[in-house]
Design a binder for this molecule. Structure first.
Ligand code: PLP
Length: 361
């Protein structure tokens, strides 16, 4: 494995090596079936077991009971931006949205096409460097839901508490921090995540929904847009992206086998501490771009003293085997994405590289 790099890409992103090896092992002959899982019918016993296992593991890892539906959908997290309002903004209801970055801004835009969005927090005024406190959230009592983005992949901020909604459904886009730390997932009526950051390969979106919320979905929509269709058929209403779901299943097993979210969180804390401690040691050189209390554990954003140095940093890092560190064009600088599959060694080695780079430059 000498030629594998430390892959800090923001998404699609690194996948656990152990998972890739299983994919490789099973690719030509899936468990004695004489064919690949990609070649199997989605109605075959082999695929059925993958699907059932994936659903079971989601409930187990997130501590949810059978009253939560687990779906594997397509269209990316971006499809959820319009599917949610199509289902729940009926009868003139408004959806409340905390706007904490580019992805929530997109979700708001889609909600306004389908129905009406109420901006419960406008993060843009401060340049999206801050996660709202409970007091800063303005949630109308008649809203259909509050939608938050738990981790803002581009700006590098993350919620470190769960907002209180006074009984309204809490919905979260968790695309870039799902399963990265422990929290009370039962507080959500719905959460969703594109698989390509913390859950595996691109091509499917995990959608988890309480039965109470599902019952409110809009029955007058085309079948594939109504959540009840896929919830009732365990995501087998039509042909699912079976390969992507199979990889998600393997990633969930990888999480479970290392001790679940507790173990994952421990490693993630060590990883982010490695980088943030170094940044805090040299705050004028590795300049964090967001408020400290709002810092993301998954996407760590920073600027260097000049754009020239940033370019040099990214190029030299790449030559040293650290790829995918360029910040999003709307922020610039450097972004270190420390998703679950990035080993602690990757963060430690990068911190050493950063220290050396600063000395030399
Ligand atoms: C990447 C990302 C998305 C977009 O996901 P797609 O699957 O490409 O639609 C949405 N929200 C967040 C928070 C993301 O990080």
């Amino acid at each position: 494995m000498a030629n594998r790099v430390f892959n800090f890409n923001p998404g699609p992103s690194t996948i656990p090596l152990d998972v890739l090896k299983i994919v490789q092992d099973e690719l030509l002959d899936y468990r004695g079936s004489g064919m690949s899982i990609i070649e199997s019918s989605h109605r075959s016993p082999e695929y059925d077991e993958v699907n059932e296992q994936a659903i079971k593991l989601v409930r187990e890892i997130f501590g949810l009971d059978d009253s939560y539906h687990v779906m594997f959908l397509t269209g990316g997290a971006s499809q959820q931006f319009f599917q949610i309002p199509m289902n729940f903004l009926v009868g003139g209801k408004v959806g409340a949205y905390a706007d904490t970055g580019s992805w929530s801004t997109k979700a708001i835009k889609e909600a306004d096409i389908v129905g009406k969005a109420h901006v419960a927090f406008a993060g843009k005024e401060k340049g999206f460097v801050h996660i709202p406190t409970q007091d800063e959230l303005d949630i109308p009592s008649g809203a259909a839901y509050l939608h938050i983005t738990t981790n803002n992949t581009i700006k590098g901020t993350q919620y470190h508490y769960l907002p209180e909604t006074n009984g309204l459904p809490l919905i979260a886009d968790m695309s870039s921090d799902i399963a990265s730390h422990r929290m009370d997932y039962k507080k959500f009526d719905m959460f969703y995540a594109g698989a390509q950051k913390n859950l595996g390969a691109a091509g499917t979106t995990l959608v988890v929904m309480s039965d109470a919320l599902l019952q409110k979905s809009n029955d007058s929509l085309p079948s594939l847009l109504n959540y009840k269709t896929q919830a009732g058929k365990k995501s087998l209403y039509n042909t699912p992206p079976s390969f992507a779901i199979y990889v998600v299943k393997l990633v969930l097993e990888w999480i479970k086998n290392q001790g679940g979210l507790k173990a994952v969180e421990k490693t993630n804390v060590a990883k982010k501490d490695c980088i943030y401690q170094l940044m805090d040691l040299h705050p004028d050189y590795y300049r964090g771009t967001v408020e400290k209390e709002s810092r993301s554990w998954m996407n760590l954003t920073m600027r260097l003293p000049s754009e020239e140095l940033e370019k040099k940093f990214i190029a030299e890092a790449k030559a040293a085997g650290f790829v995918g560190l360029k910040g999003h064009r709307s922020v610039g600088g450097v972004r270190v994405s420390l998703y679950n599959a990035m080993p602690l060694e990757g963060a430690e080695k990068l911190a050493e590289f950063m220290e050396t780079f600063k000395k030399n430059n």
